[in-house]
Design a protein. Structure first.
Length: 764
């Protein structure tokens, strides 16, 4: 097998250590950002079309009111055609929303019209607006092609009555749909976004943003709104007459994403869309930048890796050559061509050490050869001595076996135990002793302790141990344990004494050194605190994305409300004080919502608990169950609850504990969502011992054993839901740790998974 050179391996590992993490970061970043960008744009488009729907309704109502005002004028009631013509032209001059304004008499003849091209069909008999006027009703048409204008228009009419109350005709106002198109164009998003108005058949009522492209394809200019339908793919994905979001291929052949909203009273659907390419363009740019930086780093590091490899390779090659000289016993040549190039200090020291070692090997071999003859005679002498020793050992073993008794066996057993042992009478007299290297009393040896009263000579810190604890052991006949400290040569040692009563009214004290155990426990607490801080720091990096996502919707709502008010003010459109107050209140409330999201999220990540109170765990659970009871996710799931008879009190923040339990239950519900089971069950139990333990188990598919250890890592997700970004369980763990608790996840033997959460018990 051909091995790689040191320089080649340095380069390979350098590329792997830079490229692989960079690729992983880019993939994770791209997946999260693409999903977030699409969701944010869909929310923005939905809010825009909702605002446009309100604006269209307001605009249509205002046009109808304009025509109604013209029908109520004194000139219309007196049938003074000269004055009627004056007010119609004056209105046309100051209100550019109308394409034309006309007066039609009671016989259905056009008497007056501001239409610039003139009236080609002077009779209105049989038209819907004339029939409505004859019935005394005002009328608003759908989008139609005007008989006289030839354009796509909407007609507004209102009947005119004379002073005697007799029907005298009607006022007709015609509005081009291009006016509606201009109104919608003010909400176009980015470079490719647009808002369209279509009827139930999918025909465009308002012109699209790229109408010039459609005209180039053969659709006559000015007639595009009544000639063009949305694409077949759009008709397949958009449910006209309903409200929702979708993706489709538009009339330019581009993949778009958007939202649609039904306007039932008009039979229209308002559609907002934007090219997917524009939504993702900034993400692609960032990925290209990251790839360029990665390549630059690799090109920058490769020369450095080559230089380091050369500095190591050349001294090693020199050492290999010197080793070959030693192997062939050519000691005279070792070190003659001393390596003189500049090398790291450690490698230079290694070269010098090797040369010195070679000289010592040369001397040692010489001595060995010199003494080889002497050793042969000594070997024979040693063999004779060994023979005599073997005979003596056999004899001594026989004698030792005869002298052995049970007391010696017991003593050997005691000596094998590393702990200290004391056998003490009920009066405190030491009957037997075995001490370790940290003596109970630094003034006495094991033999000096026997026969003495131990209470009189031990330090004050140990007297309680051999009075109260020994008395309890003798009185109860049970094992007693006590920890204490002793100071020896300025060093503090921790001990544990186990007091065991014997049948002869005495006690045996087993004294164990637990200093290392205490240190390990302290280090474990320190490591856990460091781990929690590291997890909080990791969550702090990703919580910015979580906060940005949570506040995006209220920010968009503020923008829509502010944009609407600004539009109304710029165009001189009057709305009621209640509408102003409602929009401003929405802005204030959404601002408070943003502040609340940021404050609560950061408190969770930092492990901050602003307020703790005694909480009864079953009451907290019942409040969460009441919250999810009506959720669609839990409609077909049976929830079985078993609560311990003891009261399960903990000290904690009600809101944070609610949030943690809600997410754990939602996880269990999502695990059962796509599982085909005859009965879907979530078992919840609360147990009380030294801690309060809550278990949530489901009979779903369970957890892949390869990912259980990664469940609480930020951004890691099992992919159960498309909206899952992998932030829930890390935040749940942060809440539990902040309350001094623990959380684990495991698979059930009979199938499904269980999450176990424990909190310190609070003595209420």
């Amino acid at each position: 097998m051909k091995t790689q050179t040191l320089q080649h391996q340095f380069r390979l590992w350098t590329i792997l250590l830079v490229v692989v993490p960079s690729l992983l970061i880019m993939v994770i970043y791209a997946i999260g950002q693409i999903k977030t960008a699409k969701q944010e744009k869909l929310e923005l488009v939905s809010q825009r079309i909702q605002f446009q729907e309100r604006l269209i309704d307001f605009w249509m109502t205002e046009r109808a009111e304009n025509v109604r005002e013209l029908g109520h004028t004194a000139e219309s009631r007196t049938l003074d055609e000269g004055q009627i013509e004056g007010i119609l032209y004056e209105k046309q001059k100051h209100d550019k929303n109308f394409d034309s304004l006309s007066y039609i008499d009671k016989d259905g003849d056009f008497k007056i019209s501001t239409l610039s091209s003139g009236i080609q069909y002077p009779s209105a008999i049989g038209t819907p607006y004339f029939q409505a006027a004859q019935s005394g009703k005002e009328y608003i048409s759908d989008v139609v092609i005007g008989r006289n204008s030839g354009q796509a228009i909407i007609n507004f009419s209102y009947p005119v009555y004379g002073d005697t109350g007799n029907f005298q005709g009607l006022i007709l106002g015609s509005v081009k749909t291009t006016t509606l198109g201009m109104l919608l164009s003010e909400s176009w998003i980015g470079h490719t976004g647009e808002v369209l108005l279509v009827n139930r058949e999918g025909t465009m009522i308002t012109p699209p943003r790229n109408v010039k492209v459609l005209i180039d394809r053969g659709i006559p200019e000015g007639a595009a709104p009544m000639k063009l339908k949305i694409t077949d793919d759009a008709l397949l994905n958009i449910r006209l007459g309903e409200t929702g979001t979708a993706t489709w291929i538009d009339y330019l052949g581009n993949k778009v994403l958007g939202a649609y909203l039904d306007i039932p009273e008009r039979g229209w659907t308002i559609i907002g869309k934007i090219d997917e390419g524009e939504v993702l363009a900034s993400i692609y740019t960032q990925l290209v930048t990251m790839a360029g930086v990665t390549i630059f780093c690799v090109l920058l590091i490769l020369p450095l890796a080559t230089s380091i490899a050369n500095q190591i390779k050349k001294p090693i090659e020199w050492l290999i050559g010197q080793s070959n000289l030693v192997a062939t016993a050519d000691y005279g040549m070792v070190g003659l061509d001393e390596y003189a190039l500049r090398v790291p200090h450690e490698l230079g020291a290694l070269c010098k050490t090797f040369v010195n070692m070679s000289h010592k090997i040369e001397k040692t071999i010489g001595l060995l050869q010199e003494n080889e003859g002497k050793l042969e005679s000594k070997v024979i002498e040693i063999q004779n001595i060994n023979k005599r020793l073997e005979e003596e050992i056999v004899e001594k073993q026989r004698i030792f076996q005869e002298l052995s008794n049970s007391e010696a066996d017991n003593r050997a057993l005691v000596e094998a135990i590393p702990d200290g042992l004391l056998r003490i009478s009920a009066q405190g007299e030491v009957l037997g002793a075995k001490l370790d290297n940290k003596k109970i009393s630094s003034s006495f040896t094991e033999k000096q302790l026997i026969g003495r009263n131990l209470i009189a000579i031990i330090p004050d810190c140990m007297k309680e141990l051999f009075t109260t604890t020994v008395a309890q052991a003798l009185a109860t006949g049970e094992l007693q344990k006590k920890e204490y400290e002793i100071v020896n040569d300025g060093i503090t040692w921790y001990r544990e004494a186990r007091i065991v009563p014997t049948r002869d009214d005495a006690i045996v004290a087993v004294i164990r050194d637990i200093t290392e155990q205490k240190k390990a426990e302290g280090e474990l607490v320190t490591m856990r605190d460091a781990m929690m801080n590291a997890q909080r720091m990791a969550l702090l990096g990703v919580v910015a994305g979580s906060i940005a996502h949570d506040i995006n919707q209220p920010l968009n709502s503020i923008q829509v409300s502010a944009s609407g008010l600004l539009y109304l003010m710029k165009n001189g459109i009057n709305i009621s004080a209640e509408d102003y107050q409602r929009e401003l209140s929405r802005i204030v409330n959404e601002g408070r919502r943003i502040d609340n999201v940021i404050s609560k999220t950061l408190d969770i990540v930092r492990g901050v608990i602003n307020y703790k109170e005694p909480l009864l765990m079953d009451e907290v659970l019942n409040s969460v169950l009441a919250l999810i009871k009506e959720q669609e996710l839990f409609k077909n799931i049976k929830i079985d609850v078993q609560i311990a008879p003891q009261q399960a009190w903990i000290a904690g923040n009600h809101e944070q504990i609610d949030q943690a339990l809600l997410h754990i239950l939602t996880n269990a519900g999502q695990a059962l969502q796509d599982k085909q089971l005859q009965e879907k069950v979530i078992h919840i139990s609360i147990q009380v011992a030294d801690q309060v333990r809550l278990s949530v188990a489901d009979n779903g598919p369970g957890l892949d054993t390869a990912i259980i250890d990664k469940l609480f890592e930020p951004f890691f997700t099992t992919g159960r839901t498309k909206q899952n970004m992998g932030l829930g369980l890390p935040i749940v763990q942060s809440i539990v740790y902040a309350h001094g608790g623990e959380i684990i996840a495991e698979n059930n033997q009979e199938g499904g998974a269980t999450f176990r959460v424990s909190f310190p018990r609070f003595n209420h």
